[in-house]
Design a protein around this ligand. Sequence first.
Ligand code: SF4
Length: 300
Amino acid sequence: MRGPRRRWTAADQIFFEKQEREMREKSEARDVKPALTKPHLSKSQLGMLFRCGIQYEYAYVKGERRPPGIAALRGRAAHTAIEADLRSKQATGELLPDEQIRDLARDAVHDAFARDDVTLHPEDGEPKKARAATVDEAVKCAAAHHEQRAPEIEPIWIERPFRIEIPGIAHDLRGYIDLQEANSITDTKTSAKPPKKDAADVSEQLTLYALAAFVLDKTLPAVALDTITVGKRGTTVARQESVRTRDDLDVELRRIARASAVIEKGAFVPTNPDNWCCSARWCGWHSVCPYARRRVSIAV
Ligand code: SF4
């Protein structure tokens, strides 16, 4: 007996259009593929636009970028060491020596400070101490991944690049899949707190990775989030696994289409002033943004 027919999704359409385009290109036997001329959207652009349209406008329309804060720098430095560790495993079957992992994370923090590529806030304390604390945390994160997670990982792709043309949308989707193994894709994050129970289920980044993998490989892999947390009792790596369906991909495509339309129109909306990100601590444009609510003190 035949089962119910599966609903045709927008993700299917992109996949089959891509297949058709590839077949057409092959049959035309041209050496040079047409240049991709559309602007692109990345996960960080989408994340910023969904968080606050005005932040997006400052960063990507006016080009007024701000260096990352301490938390982002810690993650970036740990990521540098983790990537090198996994590339070594992929190339030689062996992880890097412990000492090299620590050096890579430490040097990435020092390099960022030397280039002034970090934003410090009064809450971060005295710059020398903030720098030392960031080195300490980045090294702990990289070392924890090296000891607890990296031995189990069999990488097929590390930082796999993708650029996806979405029919009817003014922007391509572009980015890198953090880590791809035989049956799963993983995003690795550092965090000051343990992840929420549903962190992998609701991660938009994992949905974007799943969409990219579906278009590139024609299958939907499982997704996972590795969260490295520096705690008082030690540094841990929590792995949370999840799945994405084609309906999830369709929701994501609708979100990307709406984001693209907002950018085309320049209709950027400020976030709610109560939002955590709308503060001097978390928004680099807070001091100049006309939509920011300033704190008011009343003397009693
Ligand atoms: S201050 Fe608030 S409204 Fe202004 S850019 Fe930052 S987050 Fe957006």
